[in-house]
Design a binder for this molecule. Structure first.
Ligand SMILES: [Zn+2]
Length: 227
């Protein structure tokens, strides 16, 4: 009996695509890591991994899905940013420096749309996170204007200003807490790489990411749960 198409797709995804992407995903913003990822994406001829592929890659680097109630807060925050061609992004954070600290966590939220308005150009932040150039024809798009990159870099910029971003010699910041991120589109390959860099920079923080594969409505995994 032939395998159902979705079963074959999942087998190929987990047997080939995910291991290949994990092998080249940037763990830092070093030129070596970014160049290696750029070359691999050019070889794969990929600009992204689709909803299922991106979900699988993120799960393999310890980035899960957000609590359901977060999605409704994200929808509320993004209701004014539904412009044609723009991807909306919303991020919430709650971070603290030591697990036994009695100080209240540093928390807040950031929302933005993709595009070249008010991008972060803080050199210290950009030393921790870098987008990856994608190959033709997507190479003409500046990936630092993606909503995911803007949210993550603004988070680090604000953490830097709050003096909570202290990076050790191994390139990691030993803070705790959580970061939840939602975007109205599937992250591109560059942004998947940025999330991998954020994962490595904040190893003790729970990082959760949801995205809609339809630009509106529930995140893809929530749609699956409803079926
Ligand atoms: Zn992107």
């Amino acid at each position: 009996m032939p395998l159902p198409a979705h079963s074959l797709f999942n087998d190929l995804l987990h047997a080939h695509l995910v291991p290949a992407v994990l092998d080249c995903l940037p763990r830092s913003s070093t030129l070596q890591d970014i160049t290696r990822y750029t070359e691999a994406l050019r070889t794969f001829r990929l600009h992204g991994f689709g909803a299922a592929g991106t979900r699988a890659v993120l799960a393999n680097i310890g980035i899960g899905t957000c609590p359901r109630e977060f999605f409704f807060r994200a929808q509320s925050a993004l209701k004014d940013t539904k412009e044609v061609g723009r991807v909306g992004g919303y991020l919430e954070y709650s971070l603290f420096q030591q697990s036994h600290s009695s100080a209240p966590p540093w928390h807040g939220s950031i929302s933005c749309g993709s595009g070249a308005d008010s991008t972060v150009n803080d050199k210290h932040v950009l030393s921790h996170l870098l987008p990856t150039p994608l190959h033709f024809e997507a190479e003409l798009v500046d990936r630092s204007v993606c909503a995911e990159f803007k949210l993550c870099s603004r988070l680090l910029q604000e953490a830097q200003q709050a003096k909570i971003l202290s990076v050790d010699e191994l390139g990691a910041c030993q803070i705790h807490g959580h970061v939840y991120l939602f975007t109205t589109s599937v992250p591109c390959a560059s942004c998947t790489g940025v999330l991998s860099q954020l994962r490595a920079l904040l190893p003790l923080v729970t990082i959760s990411v949801d995205f809609s594969s339809t630009r509106v409505g529930m995140p893809s995994h929530a749609n699956q749960r409803q079926e």
